[in-house]
Structures are given as structure tokens and as C-alpha cells.
Design a protein around this ligand. Structure first.
Ligand code: DX5
Ligand code: ZN
Length: 216
């Protein structure tokens, strides 16, 4: 059996009962939590800021990944760290100097991962991988949960996985968007190690869906 890490995106949970939703995910074997931060500029939607992350932090000891879909990650990342995020997931497409931002993270010992949109080629981020804990491959265009998985990103997972193996890197491949039992399996078969899911988990039985994804 593969050891898939499931990272529930709490954006689709019952936020009025967040603590118990988090507990249910933990009991089902979630490995981390995924926090979808959207600023209404980088994407056409507004979700959460540091205060909600602070509330999540009080409810779990699992790793918290902040997926920063914002125009100024360079300006705001410290707020997410002080709210309790462990790993910052930064979009290659952000309108900031990614190389410079990563240098800062390296210097300050900040954990990070790089995110690529469905139409961004893998080769563009190769040089950022050595220090990246995670390569997050988007399988929908960021902005909303509940979208359909874009099948054409599958070869990119394989390409990234082959490259990471050949270079003996520690980066883990994560996929985000439209994940369910069928699409999740395709991702895992091509080298994904972490699966993010919002609607498949929270619109179904939390325990069963997390268990299904873990055991694909
Ligand atoms: C999309 C977000 C995803 C999304 C996942 O912009 O980054 O994390 O919420 O939602 P589902 O699993 O419903 O596609
Ligand atoms: Zn996300």
C-alpha cells in the first residue's frame, strides 16, 4: 500500500464547527491541513486571512500549509507564519520576484513549497526545487473549490516525479483541485505523494473519503 498524505482544504468545511471538522479529519488519518488564502486580486475570490489560520492552529498540531493565492506574498507571508502556518506554498505565477523571496526564506529558515498553475510548464520551476519541501501541481485554475479535474496535467506529475528522482531531491509532489477517488488514483500512479481535497472530503462522509484517498 502506498503511503498517501491527505491534506484537507478546510475552505469547504463547516466553518461554524471548525474544531470538530478538524478533529474528524484527524481521526480519519489526515496528514496535514491545506489553507486556501485568496485575496480577490491574484484570483477572483476572497477566502481567509491570518485570523482563521490562527483558529485552525489552536485546533490541531498537524502541519498547516498556507496556499497563498495572493498578489503580494512578499508583503504578507510573515503574518501567515505568525498565525501558525508551517509551510508557505508560493505560486510561481505571483507577480513578485520568486527567486528573491525564496532566498529570504532560505536565509530565515522558513519552510516553503512552489505552486504551478495548470498551464505553467514544470521546467520553469526546476531551479527552485532543491529547497522546496513541496511542488504543488494545480489540477484546476485556482480560485474555487468544486471544479473539475484537468486531466492534461497528469503527464506533468510524471515529468516532475522522474526529475525529482533523478536529481535525488527531497521535494514531495502534491496535487490540488478536483481530487476524488478516480482522479486521485491517477495522480498517485504518476508520482503524487500528497493529495489536497476540499469538496470530495467535506461534501461526503469525512472519515470514508479521507480513508479512500489514503489507501488509493
Ligand atoms: C483552488 C484551491 C483548492 C480547492 C480544492 O483554488 O487551491 O485547494 O479549494 O477544492 P476541490 O477539492 O473541491 O477541488
Ligand atoms: Zn489550494
Amino acid at each position: 500500500m502506498r503511503n498517501i498524505e491527505v491534506s484537507p482544504s478546510i475552505i469547504s468545511s463547516d466553518l461554524s464547527d471548525l474544531r470538530s471538522e478538524i478533529k474528524k479529519c484527524e481521526d480519519a488519518g489526515a496528514g496535514s491541513f491545506h489553507l486556501d488564502v485568496m485575496d480577490g486580486n491574484f484570483v477572483d475570490n476572497i477566502t481567509m486571512g491570518p485570523d482563521l489560520i490562527r483558529a485552525v492552529r489552536k485546533s490541531t498540531k498537524l502541519r498547516l500549509d498556507a496556499h497563498l493565492m495572493i498578489n503580494r506574498p512578499d508583503k504578507y507571508y510573515r503574518d501567515f507564519l505568525s498565525a501558525g502556518a508551517d509551510v508557505l506554498l508560493i505560486h510561481y505565477e505571483s507577480p513578485v520576484d520568486i527567486g528573491e523571496l525564496i532566498n529570504k526564506f532560505e536565509r530565515d529558515g522558513i519552510r516553503y513549497g512552489i505552486v504551478i498553475n495548470p498551464d505553467t510548464e514544470f521546467r520553469k520551476v526546476k531551479k527552485y526545487l532543491p529547497g522546496s519541501e513541496i511542488l504543488l501541481i494545480m489540477s484546476v485554475y485556482p480560485g474555487f473549490s468544486g471544479q473539475k479535474f484537468i486531466n492534461s496535467i497528469i503527464p506533468k506529475i510524471k515529468e516532475a516525479s522522474d526529475y525529482i528522482k533523478s536529481e535525488h531531491l527531497k521535494t514531495r509532489i502534491e496535487v490540488d483541485g478536483g481530487i476524488n477517488d478516480i482522479t486521485g488514483k491517477q495522480c498517485v500512479e504518476n508520482g503524487a505523494e500528497i493529495l489536497v481535497s476540499a469538496s470530495y472530503i467535506f461534501n461526503n462522509d469525512i472519515y470514508k473519503s479521507i480513508q479512500t484517498l489514503k489507501n488509493l
